[in-house]
Ligand binder design. Structure first.
Ligand code: ADP
Length: 192
């Protein structure tokens, strides 16, 4: 099985391009953000607890997202692998993912990163707020904290996966959505 990580700051376009990658390589796309928003929409206890953290622009506890990921690995069949979007998001999640995969005799295949600057993060999220109506996209304070959280907790994963020889990055700042999609698809194709 292949285990790709789709990496990048909030608003980089991970969710926008995930479908095309997943389809091309017969992968199941798993977005922890989407799974959490589904829990919120369903009004579950987990969703209620997550909402406060998400609306603040903070991360939810590792155990919560790791439970979702393991559950997906255990139950989803008929694919050639997984495309993880928004997970791992800090070093302990990355180490736990290695352990979860090692138990299954598997490992991370590669990290596909779509990189954008902080200014572009703000523009993209402001644009998305108008379209998708996500509460965590609507507040300046939340966006600021998500950018801070990204740099403090998620960015260190770049060095972690470079060290492992698994990090592949392309630039997502410029061009149309289609340009960026083609760039990401070419990047995935270049791995192997
Ligand atoms: P974006 O692409 O804008 O970062 P996501 O949908 O990936 O949005 O995530 C939305 C929010 O869900 C995050 O800001 C965070 O609060 C929570 N979240 C998603 N994935 C994780 C994770 N792996 N660990 C902790 N919190 C997460």
């Amino acid at each position: 099985m292949k285990y790709y990580i789709l990496f990048g700051p909030p608003g980089a376009g991970k969710g926008t391009h995930a479908g095309a990658i997943a389809e091309k390589y017969n992968l199941k796309h798993i977005s922890t953000g989407e799974l959490l928003r589904a829990e919120i929409a369903a009004g579950s206890k987990l969703g209620q607890e997550a909402k406060t953290l998400i609306d603040a622009g903070s991360l939810v506890p590792d155990s919560v997202v790791e439970g979702m990921i393991e559950n997906a690995f255990n139950t989803i069949k008929g694919v050639d692998g997984f495309l993880l979007d928004g997970f791992p998001r800090n070093l302990s999640q990355a180490r736990d993912l290695d352990a979860i995969l090692a138990k299954r005799g598997e490992k991370v295949t590669a990290v596909v990163s779509l990189m954008i600057d902080d200014e572009v993060i703000r523009q993209r999220i402001a644009h998305r707020a108008a379209i998708e109506g996500r509460a965590d996209d609507a507040s300046e304070a939340t966006i600021t904290n998500r950018i801070k959280t990204y740099h403090a907790q998620t960015e260190p994963l770049i060095a972690f996966y470079k060290e492992a020889g698994k990090y592949y990055e392309c630039d997502g700042n410029n061009g149309t959505i289609e340009d960026n999609r083609n760039r990401v698809l070419a990047l995935v194709e270049s791995i192997k």
